[in-house]
Design a protein around this ligand. Structure first.
Ligand code: PMP
Length: 409
């Protein structure tokens, strides 16, 4: 980081007033040197750091920007709602409109409950499952991320063993391991919480295998325990009806957030009829959970994705990026491992246990105008154009050349 940069100056100021200067997953020190911490503006598929450098954005705010930054239709919907009222003594009419739209769009959804963040939604799902079954043990995959509350945060500092006492772990995509976890839960089996794809940081993205998906559904059916899909990250990027729709397997509960309102803070739980009473029986709330503007943004986001085949466009552009990267990797004699759905790509390098190649690739690509991530799945948005992808591929060309040179290829 250059000492005379605006980003450097902001980091120094932040260190004085924010512990460590930054917290959580957006701490740029976890990224290769040169990655900016602060941004000044974003439009469509592009964003600009505090020093004015422009990037084609392949993180999309880590998921929320599904239609691109500042999408005019969404921003207009927000402006209209704000002009009428946003944070009021209760929700606006738009809450009912959004809940109706979601129940029409998502086949398993008979009702909806709104929150603000993904963690709110996954936590509410777990609470609903326990209230519905009167049981406590929730089965979760080892290494899956479900949020940052004490019951699920990946870091144990400040968290007690008791906070985790009612989680039982299984291996993702392993039906036998799932059955064993269910047996360990015994009579206290309250449900399975699972991400629709395995998108753990730093390892290849794995699609769920159909046998595993069926196995999860069957175990839940046998004991009338909810199957919960954590669609916070993949939701509205893979399938508008829920990410396991292509398998023909429907959950009892789903947690949504990120892409639901194109960057406005909103989360939702959707669920089946048999859980309606359990939802009525619990108490969950938040000062900002009823805000009307983000709900107006969600109505506009879901309609736009639906009416413009937003998911199809993301997929096409993601495939263009993937095949372009493959061709460049062959040209430079570098072996890539590209995994994940094209809309949520992950690029890793063969023989790169410490991510040295990935970090070098990303650092050089960044300097050439593409904002990639070396370890986390990335995100396409419907705002990415062919020009954006081609520009990013030029940046990737420089990055791959640097990797090849460093490896002496
Ligand atoms: N579940 C998954 C699968 C996620 O990716 C995330 C966020 N990365 C969460 C839950 C938590 O969402 P939030 O950060 O909005 O609380």
């Amino acid at each position: 980081m250059l000492k005379n940069s605006a980003d450097y100056a902001l980091r120094r100021r932040a260190e004085q007033v924010i512990p460590g200067g930054m917290w959580g997953h957006m701490d740029a020190r976890k990224l290769p040197d040169g990655y900016p911490q602060f941004f000044s503006k974003a439009h469509g598929s592009r964003l600009w750091d505090a020093d004015g450098n422009e990037y084609v954005d392949f993180m999309c705010a880590w998921g929320p920007m599904v239609l691109g930054h500042g999408n005019p239709a969404i921003e207009e919907a927000v402006r209209r709602q704000v002009a009428m009222g946003d944070c009021m003594n209760g929700p606006g009419e738009v809450m009912v409109e959004l809940a109706e739209l979601l129940t029409r769009t998502i086949p398993h959804a008979d009702w909806v409950l709104f929150q603000k963040n993904g963690t709110d939604a996954t936590t509410a799902c777990v609470t609903i499952a326990r209230a519905a079954t009167g049981r406590s043990k929730i089965l979760v995959a080892k290494g899956s991320y479900h949020g940052a509350a004490p019951w699920c945060t990946p870091v144990m500092n400040g968290v007690t063993e008791q906070d985790r006492a009612n989680l039982v772990y299984f291996e993702y995509n392993d039906c036998e391991s799932l059955r064993q976890a269910r047996d360990r839960a015994g009579k206290d089996f309250a449900g399975i919480l699972v991400t629709p794809i395995r998108h753990d940081m730093g390892r290849e993205v794995e699609l769920a295998n159909p046998e595993f998906v069926r196995c999860a559904r069957e175990l839940c059916d046998t004991d009338q325990a909810p199957l919960i899909i954590d669609d916070v990250r993949a939701g509205f990027r893979l399938h508008l009806g829920g990410s396991w729709e292509p398998y023909g397997v429907r959950p009892d509960l789903s947690a949504w957030s990120k892409a639901i309102a194109n960057g406005r803070a909103l989360a939702a739980v959707t669920g089946r009829e048999w859980l309606r009473e359990a939802v009525r029986s619990i108490f969950v709330t938040g000062s900002f959970w009823y805000g009307a503007a983000s709900m107006a943004a969600a109505v506009a986001t879901i309609r736009t994705l639906r009416d413009t085949d937003g998911i199809g466009r993301m997929k096409t552009m993601g495939e263009r990026l993937r095949s372009g990267l493959d061709a460049l990797a062959r040209k430079h004699g570098v072996a890539l491992r590209q995994t994940g759905p094209a809309q949520m790509p992950l690029v890793l390098f063969e023989d790169d246990p410490d991510f040295e190649k990935g970090n070098l690739f990303c650092a050089i690509a960044l300097r050439n105008g593409a904002y990639f991530h070396p370890r986390h799945n990335m995100f396409l948005s419907a705002a990415h154009s062919e020009d954006d992808i081609d520009h990013a591929l030029e940046a990737a060309d420089a990055g791959l050349r640097a990797v090849a040179e460093a490896a002496g290829v």
